[in-house]
Design a binder for this molecule. Structure first.
Ligand code: HEM
Length: 410
């Protein structure tokens, strides 16, 4: 192994490390000197006996792993979980019911069905409703004068977008939002959501979604639930499959977009010339640059199905491979001035939505629509918005999260 200037026990998936900020200087060293690097985790991973994983930090290698599912499988949980005494082997196995952790051909079948809900037409049809939501959210925040940007603005639209998409009745939304919030917060002790509360919320959300699906099977309607579970012409999701799909949406669509919006606002407020440019010209390239800059999902994981060579490293069958999107998105081989926030960047082949393989983010157009709508509403009505203090970062090994950010709504 190459001598690297990292202390003993250095671990790229340590939530405390990421809580201090994404380790960009370390990623730069790795890309240059050891782009596929064995990061030992001497304490192992609950339920497994391995003692480390390969950290993949270059853009080209992250893409290669993402697009070769037959060699790099998603079946063994896609987030790189560090030792956690609360997570059992059984819980990890249960996650196989989520499409993010499936391989072809099973994944291909489920993806083809759920894609019916995410066609360009389906997303376009949400535009007017989501614009109205974005304007209401921003107007309510402005009336408060100042507050926490995360709870006032960033949390709300992603929750509403998924609820609109699935057609969750208005009367159930508060419950569904509460479960979603509990599920994503468990790793951070400050948020006071226990592991158990998180697991209970997940079970309740699955139960709720299964009941919704069961109802549509009996009584089909003109909505996406019906199209996924009760369409007569093509394959369908079972009620349990639908339950796990909604669970995935609640995690994949909420915390991600929320953090893209918060980091985007922070980037604008710390790069005022970019905010002025945005307010004047609203470049269509803005949302993609925000996702590159923020990289809300900093990493995902695959497992090698057989021995293979990547970036000069020999990877054995069964070893885990960490895909560091946060590093790939700053790779100078691909991006000119990668550490510059530039909302006119074009082309922008960032990997914030994944490396382009079968699991490529299903919600990309919805997420970029939400980002466009919220920043348009902010620029229209409170261009003078400013920071009041530093953001407080979420404790997580793979979410680049912000749990609070005080602002004055200008
Ligand atoms: C998958 C990021 C928003 C639904 C993914 C993946 C990433 C990602 C990195 C994995 C890609 C891979 O393994 O190759 C993001 C980011 C978002 C965002 C950064 C916001 C800025 C959304 C939204 C939804 C969504 C709004 C839905 C409402 C999904 C689903 C998958 C996924 C269902 C799994 C796809 C599969 O396994 O085939 N996303 N996502 N995402 N995302 Fe997103």
């Amino acid at each position: 192994p190459l001598p690297l200037p990292f202390p003993d026990g250095f671990d790229l998936t340590d939530p405390d490390l990421c809580q201090r900020g994404i380790p960009l200087p370390e990623f730069a060293v790795l890309r240059r000197t050891a782009p596929v690097w064995w990061n030992a985790q001497p304490h192992g991973v609950a339920g497994f006996d391995d003692d480390g994983y390969w950290a993949v930090t270059r853009h080209a290698d992250v893409k290669e792993v993402s697009t070769r599912p037959e060699v790099f499988s998603a079946h063994r949980n896609t987030s790189i979980i560090r030792f956690n005494p609360h997570i059992s082997r059984e819980q990890i196995d249960a996650q196989r019911l989520i499409m993010l952790n499936m391989d072809p051909p099973e994944h291909t079948r489920v993806r083809a069905i759920v894609q019916r809900g995410f066609t360009p037409r389906a997303i376009r049809s949400l535009r007017a409703a989501l614009r109205a939501r974005a304007e209401t959210i921003v107007a309510a925040a402005r009336d408060r004068g100042s507050g926490d940007f995360v709870t006032d603005i960033a949390c709300e639209l992603p929750l509403q977008a998924i609820a609109e998409l699935i057609g969750i009745p208005q009367r159930d939304r508060a419950r569904v939002f509460d479960w979603s919030n509990k599920m994503v917060a468990y790793d951070d002790p400050e948020l006071a959501v226990t592991q158990e509360a998180g697991a209970n919320a997940a079970a309740e959300l699955i139960g709720y979604a299964m009941a919704l699906a069961g109802g549509r099977k009996q009584c089909p309607a003109q909505d996406i639930v019906t199209r996924l579970v009760a369409a007569e012409d093509a394959g369908n999701l079972g009620e349990d499959e639908f339950g796990f799909f909604v669970l995935l949406l609640a995690v994949a669509g909420n915390e991600t977009t929320r953090n893209a919006i918060t980091h985007g606002m922070h980037a604008f407020l710390t790069h005022p010339a970019q905010w002025d440019l945005y307010c004047r010209e609203r470049p269509a390239t803005t949302a993609e640059e925000i996702v590159r800059w923020a990289t809300p999902v900093t990493s995902f994981q695959r497992t090698a199905t057989r021995e293979t060579v990547l970036g000069g490293a020999r990877i054995a069958a069964g070893q885990r491979v960490g895909l560091f999107y946060a590093s790939a998105n700053r790779d100078p081989e691909v991006f000119a001035s990668p550490d510059t926030f530039d909302i006119t960047r074009d082309p922008n082949p960032h990997l914030g939505f994944g490396g382009g393989g079968p699991h490529f983010c299903l919600g990309r157009s919805l997420a970029t629509l939400e980002i466009d709508l919220i920043f348009s509403a902010i620029a229209d009505t409170m261009p003078g918005i400013r920071l009041e203090g530093s953001p407080r970062r979420l404790r997580s090994a793979w979410l680049n999260g912000v749990k609070g950010m005080r602002v004055r709504y200008g």
